[in-house]
Design a protein around this ligand. Structure first.
Ligand code: ADP
Ligand code: MG
Length: 355
């Protein structure tokens, strides 16, 4: 059987079935943003790993090495944030092809450590190898969680309200601009002006590109949400809202209704609607790599959530049954199938793409 017949998540399901039995200290195994293992009565370790491959996850023709290091750290810390944990340590394994210089690797670690420093997290080890083809980056992040406050994908219940932090779709729009060479901008891809703008984005274009190249993991927000005790399920938005919501629904055995015009789109994204190739909602639903948090709250705890004063938007609710639907402004309801990024998807393009 071909792997594309199963797809990424079908294959992970197969791997999961090959695990003989979870030991009693494994609180959460395969299937969530991070694994949780009990290492003593009072300590739970959160562990997650993510690989970034050249030509699949990043394109060196428009990605600088500082941003690449930053993003490699960010996507891993985001999974710790999605469990409500505190990141502590990281390990990096690199497969480096011919043609990559010492200066570029140094720049990668400058970016990596800059992101870690923001979250008081430390690089403590890794592995370094030669790669015959393409740059391979694998990062493992370790964090701590309060055993009674860890939030999984499995706790959503019918009637719960659905929330998201920040705004969605910017990263995918930024990637589209980068792939198109940002022709509409006076500073093209790779120009010094655009590179320095990533640090301090001013225009809408620069903001979208910065969101794609240097995402920020919502560690403090995830922690606050978990400690407040008002969140029943949570996931970080790495593949796209439609796909990541499907993961919560699958694990929680529920459905969901999303109200289309409640999905938060930033002013920068709205400003670029004339330049971008697709309707804005597509970037939010299918784009991915926003690294915002998607979470559910029981109606009785919504007041408590509001008291946290976090930048969150209510975008829908959890339903019984298994269908995820999108409700349009006229009240029409359509099933929403997962259209975010999936490895091995039939007919998929090599780079992260939007349907
Ligand atoms: P995320 O998008 O949050 O990083 P993934 O979709 O990559 O999560 O993975 C979903 C779950 O499957 C996670 O619990 C992850 O640890 C697990 N997983 C993915 N690939 C493998 C693998 N090859 N072996 C074991 N577990 C895996
Ligand atoms: Mg995740």
């Amino acid at each position: 059987m071909k792997i594309s017949d199963l797809g990424e998540f079908g294959l992970i399901g197969r791997i999961q079935k090959l695990v003989p039995r979870k030991s009693s200290s494994t609180l959460i195994g395969i299937g969530d943003d991070a694994a949780a293992v009990k290492i003593s009565a009072s300590h739970t370790l959160l562990i997650t790993t993510d690989a970034l491959l050249e030509g699949v996850h990043f394109d060196l023709s428009y990605t600088d090495f500082f941003s690449l290091g930053w993003k490699s750290a960010s996507v891993n810390l985001s999974d710790i944030a999605a469990m409500g944990g505190v990141p502590r340590y990281c390990l990096t394994a690199l497969g480096i092809p011919a043609g990559i210089s010492v200066e570029q690797v140094t720049e990668f670690y400058r970016g990596f450590n800059a992101l870690l420093k923001r979250h008081a997290t430390e690089l403590v080890g890794g592995d370094t190898c030669f790669s015959r083809r393409g740059l391979v980056i694998s990062v493992t992040a370790l964090g701590e969680g309060d055993p009674s406050r860890i939030v999984t994908r499995a706790g959503a219940r019918p009637g719960d309200r659905l929330f998201v932090t920040g705004a969605l779709g910017e990263s995918a729009a930024g990637m589209e601009l980068l792939e198109s060479g940002v022709r509409s901008h006076e500073s093209g891809v790779g120009s010094k002006k655009l590179r320095s703008a990533i640090r301090d984005p001013q225009s809408a274009i620069e903001k979208l590109i910065a969101r794609h190249l240097r995402p920020v993991p919502r560690v403090e927000w995830g922690r606050k949400l978990a400690l407040s005790g008002c969140v029943s399920a949570m996931i970080d938005l790495s593949d796209g809202l439609s796909s990541d919501l499907a993961h919560i629904c699958e694990q929680s055995r529920v459905g969901a209704d999303i109200i289309a015009d409640r999905i938060p789109l930033s002013p920068a994204l709205r400003r670029m609607s004339g330049t971008l190739a697709r309707p804005l909602l597509r970037y939010a639903l299918s784009g991915g790599e926003d690294y915002e948090l998607l979470f559910t709250v029981s109606p009785a705890k919504v007041k408590k959530l509001c008291s946290l004063k976090l930048p969150v938007t209510e975008i829908g609710s959890i339903t019984s049954g298994e269908t995820v639907s999108l409700v349009d402004p006229q009240g029409g309801k359509k099933p929403l199938s997962p259209s975010g990024y999936e490895h091995f998807r039939k007919g998929g393009r090599p780079l992260r793409h939007i349907k």
